[in-house]
Design a protein around this ligand. Structure first.
Ligand code: PLP
Length: 379
């Protein structure tokens, strides 16, 4: 081959992929596409022998995240997406099309409520919001067009644990698919696929990433639905970037140790606040799994406690409109995640002005308890 010139050298300076032993840490395949040696080699992708063509379809880092969560959830397959929201959208569109009907819990993450209430209608998909506390009500909402039942395994922010088995039984009796948002429980505590869920979705922004440095989603489920969902992700272009997938995978490695510590700390904080006179009510699940009850604690501050002063008195505990990081954070659902929920529904759900949501981190148990009791005492 002839000697190349400056401009060509500028773009082709890198050495060829050498034959070498594998690196201990997974490399980041920060590439939009994959190269082929000749046309036969390219054809081999379409024949299923080569795995990668274009990163919007799939990439080794995003595959790691999707397949990793599928492994932990004991699902057939998984796909990583640009956010929890896009994972939810891809999952719904894999099941429901124009003219179909979806039944969703009325106690949902605010963004999901907005997606279902405002956007799905533009796809011709109708959504009914009902309380899942009484499954008779869910049953009565089923129509000929109902294709999907959607809920969260542990709800946000009131931390109600759904009776997943009963929901699955009801759905199966009517030939309806189920999709569960398992963000709060994580596969460490709960695996809805094992209970019969057809699709399970995660905001990997939360416990899977665990370090508040990545926005990502994951959808896992049965093969047939996942093939459809993967095609939606590629066509809608809501794939995850390789670097963010890599970060989420790095976070995932410590999911067990984080959840173990965070759940233990949360249990201790919930117990301590239960008896505090400045707390009217503690929302903490009685039972999620034998491994623990999760790391989220919500409280209604007593009427005499000034919410503004409380938030100002938290010391090292940061106010953040997210959850699940290694640091303990607090949020105010009324003005963040549930801002868009109509006031009447908010009141029905019990999301009031004294409600505070706490995401418990990995710090020392005593420090966490002291930070909260001192802030409440000051307020
Ligand atoms: C954060 C969250 C989502 C949305 O996820 P993003 O990654 O922010 O798009 C969905 N469901 C629950 C329960 C969440 O907490």
């Amino acid at each position: 081959m002839s000697e190349t010139n400056f401009n060509t050298k500028t773009v082709h300076f890198q050495t060829k992929e050498p034959a070498r032993n594998a690196s201990k840490a997974k490399p980041i395949y920060q590439t939009s596409a994959f190269v082929f040696t000749d046309l036969d080699d390219m054809e081999s992708f379409y024949e299923g022998e080569k795995e990668y063509l274009y990163s919007r379809y799939s990439n080794p880092n995003t595959d790691d995240l999707g397949k990793g969560i599928a492994l932990l959830e004991e699902a057939d397959d998984g796909v990583a997406t640009s956010s929890g929201m896009s994972a939810i959208l891809a999952g719904v569109l894999a099941v429901a099309k124009q003219g179909d009907h979806v039944i969703a819990s009325d106690d949902l993450y605010g963004g999901t409520y907005q997606l279902f209430a405002q956007e799905l209608i533009n796809f011709g998909i109708e959504v009914s919001f009902v309380s899942f506390e009484n499954l008779e009500q869910v049953k009565n909402t089923i129509t000929e067009q109902t294709k999907l039942i959607y809920t969260e395994s542990v709800t946000n922010p009131l931390l109600r644990v759904e009776k997943l088995e009963d929901i699955m039984t009801l759905a199966k009796e009517h030939g309806i698919k189920t999709m569960i948002d398992n963000t709060f429980a994580t596969p460490y505590l709960l695996q809805p696929t094992k209970l019969g869920a057809d699709l399970v979705v995660h905001s990997a922004t939360k416990y899977i990433g665990g370090h508040s440095d990545v926005t990502a989603g994951v959808l896992v489920g049965a093969q047939e639905l996942m093939s459809e969902a993967k095609s939606k992700v590629a066509t809608l272009g809501c794939n995850l970037s390789p670097f963010e997938a890599w970060l989420a995978c790095r976070g995932l490695k410590t999911l067990s140790v984080r959840m173990e510590r965070q759940s233990r700390n949360a249990q201790a904080l919930a117990d301590a606040l239960q008896t505090h006179e400045g707390v009217a009510r503690v929302y903490y699940p009685k039972f999620v799994s034998e491994k623990g009850n999760g790391a989220m604690v919500s409280i209604d501050l007593a009427p005499h406690v000034n919410v503004e002063t409380f938030f100002r008195s938290l010391g090292w505990v940061k106010i953040a409109p997210t959850l699940a990081g290694v640091e303990t954070t607090v949020s105010y659902p009324l003005r963040t995640s549930h801002r868009t929920i109509p006031e009447t529904l908010r009141n029905e759900l019990g999301i009031g002005k004294q409600l505070v949501r706490i995401s418990v981190g990995i710090e020392d148990e005593t420090d966490i308890i002291t930070a909260f009791t001192e802030a409440i005492d000051k307020a």
